[in-house]
Ligand binder design. Structure first.
Ligand code: BGC
Length: 384
């Protein structure tokens, strides 16, 4: 039995427990405030029977908080951000955000598609980052569906008009966040267009498995199975080279603390990025969903694994958190207080045919499904 989803400032949706036999799971929907131009921003809370709770807000289709148990069952919010909407409006910084229309960088904010040149808005010197000046992270998405039950979910939609930030074609984007009873959070991005365009969507959550405000993530153990990175220039634009990680600070294949090699000044890429901020080649092309990263916090025992089908994974070690942001619970966020893992196409793919294609044509469907699986380590160091 399903109850109709109600629209309004607040409603509670309980699972159809009688028919599923599942334990309690619920989704609640409320207002999270208004933008300066009066748009209502909603927040949907998904809770499973183990107490894992995801809050998703319609400003930027963002993960606003996520409560996850440690090895003793204590819950902590493992994502950085703000307690209220005003924080996000004042200083966005992509906390929890859906990034697009093109996640990551496009050199000179320009590209050629089907022989036509397009100029995007440029928001990082001469280049375009995460969709330009007004990327999807700053748009109010519409909540189009809330589902209750053991896999409670919320679907948000944003229609990006032809010419938005310079991109061709009207792009209809949906983002579905689904929380399962076995502590998996899945984000499924789907997009269609009415004219050929380019698209690359990802999620930009800043994670700290010790809990946001819990200090540095440098001792959290990261595994990335990727055997190479796409190297960049001083402006973090790919230089076209794909370089093996073996014998470099970028080798996370066997798992190591994030901070172990981060001060290796012999590596120019670390200097360019002020730390880790590069794209790992986790597959040569789009493949079946597989594990592209795993992180373990040795103190709390929280373990997160990240699953994706995309060929690239941007790993950014929170290098530009500089102690000037006051986030949730009045916590000051400092350099290295979080990591970001973004499954996506390689940066600047629209200008580098060797990297593949970001083209989406009418009749095709773009998809990026990211799965975050949470577990605890029972006190063991988990590297695989
Ligand atoms: C980029 C960083 C950038 C950050 C902004 C990441 O995806 O790789 O260079 O500073 O986003 O939060």
């Amino acid at each position: 039995m399903k109850h109709a989803v109600m629209f309004g400032s607040f409603c509670l949706i309980m699972a159809g427990l009688a028919s599923t036999g599942a334990q309690a799971a619920e989704a609640t929907r409320a207002s999270f405030g208004h933008t300066a131009d009066g748009q209502n921003v909603e927040i949907v809370t998904l809770t499973n029977s183990r107490g894992v709770q995801a809050r998703v807000m319609s400003y930027g289709a963002s993960l606003q908080s996520l409560l996850v148990p440690d090895r003793d069952g204590h819950l902590a919010d493992v994502v950085l951000g703000y307690d209220d909407l005003q924080g996000y409006l004042d200083r966005r910084q992509y906390f929890g955000a859906t990034v697009g229309r093109y996640a990551n960088r496009i050199a000179h904010g320009s590209f050629t598609l089907d022989g036509k040149h397009y100029q995007l808005t440029r928001n990082e010197g001469p280049n375009s980052l995460h969709g330009g000046n007004q990327g999807f992270d700053q748009k109010v998405w519409q909540v189009v569906e809330v589902k209750q039950g053991p896999n409670a979910s919320v679907t948000l939609q944003y229609i990006s008009k032809d010419g938005d930030q310079g991109y061709p074609g009207t792009l209809t984007v949906k983002a579905t966040y689904q929380l399962s009873e076995d502590n998996q959070l899945k984000i499924a991005y789907v997009a269609t267009t009415d004219k050929p365009t380019i698209v690359n969507l990802s999620n930009h959550t800043y994670w700290n498995l010790a809990g946001e405000g819990g200090g540095t993530v440098m001792d959290q153990v990261l595994t990335i199975p990727g055997e190479a990175i796409t190297t960049v220039d001083a402006a973090s634009i790919p230089d076209g080279h794909i370089v093996p990680v073996a014998g470099t600070p970028y080798d996370f294949r066997a798992g190591k603390p994030i901070g172990r090699d981060i001060r290796d000044g012999s590596s120019q890429q670390l200097l360019f990025g002020h730390g880790y901020d590069m794209n790992w080649v986790v597959s040569s092309k789009e493949v079946e969903s597989h594990m592209v990263a795993r992180v373990q916090d040795p103190h709390s025992g929280r373990v997160m694994s990240l699953w994706s089908s995309k060929p690239g994974l941007q790993f950014y070690s929170g290098n530009f958190l500089d102690g000037t942001t006051v986030g949730k619970q009045h916590h000051i966020y400092r350099q290295g207080d979080a990591f970001v893992l973004e499954p996506q196409l390689f940066p600047d793919t629209p200008n580098r045919p060797a990297f593949g294609s970001a083209r989406l044509a009418p009749g095709e469907t773009y998809r990026n499904t990211i799965v975050y699986r949470f577990a605890t380590d029972g006190g063991r160091v988990v590297t695989h």
